[in-house]
Ligand binder design. Structure first.
Ligand code: GTP
Ligand code: MG
Length: 198
């Protein structure tokens, strides 16, 4: 579905650095360390496309990726809710995240990643509130499901369903994934391929 290779296009520290909004974009948002960059790599089948790290706060810019032949862009976002980062840095990232999510006309879908072990948190609600207000379509993707005991799956799915139930811009379907084991990755890839142009 996705033609390889994907390439890194640009890292943007402010929204004015973004390329023209003439190509469809989907973005990966979520708490710091939730697995955004890892899932992008799993999705495109290139281990080292997006930089990943054990240390939260790895991604500090809006990093844009695209297939070499074009048709779509994926935006890897800085994580939110990273308590140990210096305050000015947090404020800068938050401003960047919120400006991007609110004001990007070609942004078709935001994948809001949530750690399957922890479920949705207050700062996920903040981001979802904003997306609802801006009427930007988003879908929850649970991550790191390989770290969850089998019997924990229904509980986190239930909690997440309740969390999004009354949210107007939320896609009702939740995708459970593991970048490590590949679970759910095909499904997510098929979802994103629907936005592919040309
Ligand atoms: P920031 O850029 O800091 O916001 O983090 P991120 O959301 O991009 O997370 P990243 O992909 O860098 O992954 C964070 C850590 O979680 C890394 O050590 C990954 O190896 C690990 N990780 C990511 N996805 C999975 C997964 O599906 N399973 C397991 N077991 N570990 C994962
Ligand atoms: Mg990252």
């Amino acid at each position: 579905l996705f033609a390889r290779p994907w390439v890194f296009l640009k890292g943007c520290v402010r929204v004015s650095d973004l390329p023209a909004d003439n190509i469809v974009e989907v973005a990966f948002a979520g708490r710091s360390n939730v697995g955004k960059s890892s899932l992008i790599n799993a999705l495109v089948g290139q281990r080292a496309l997006a930089r990943t790290s054990n240390t939260p706060g790895r991604t500090q810019e809006l990093n844009l990726f695209a297939p070499e032949q074009g048709g779509i862009r994926i935006v890897d976002m800085p994580g939110y809710g990273f308590a140990k980062a210096p305050k000015p840095a947090v404020e800068k990232w938050n401003k960047l995240i919120h400006q991007f999510l609110r004001g990007r006309p070609n942004l078709r879908r935001v994948y809001v990643l949530i750690d399957g072990r922890h479920g949705p948190k207050a700062n996920d609600a903040t981001v979802m509130n904003e997306l609802d207000k801006a009427a930007v379509s988003y879908q929850v993707v649970l991550t790191k499901m390989d770290k969850l005991p089998e019997k924990g799956t229904e509980a986190v799915l239930d909690a997440t369903r309740k969390f999004i139930a009354k949210r107007p811009a939320a896609h009702p379907e939740i995708i459970a994934t593991s970048s490590e084991k590949g679970a759910g990755v095909d499904m997510l890839r098929a979802e994103i391929a629907k936005f592919l142009e040309g």
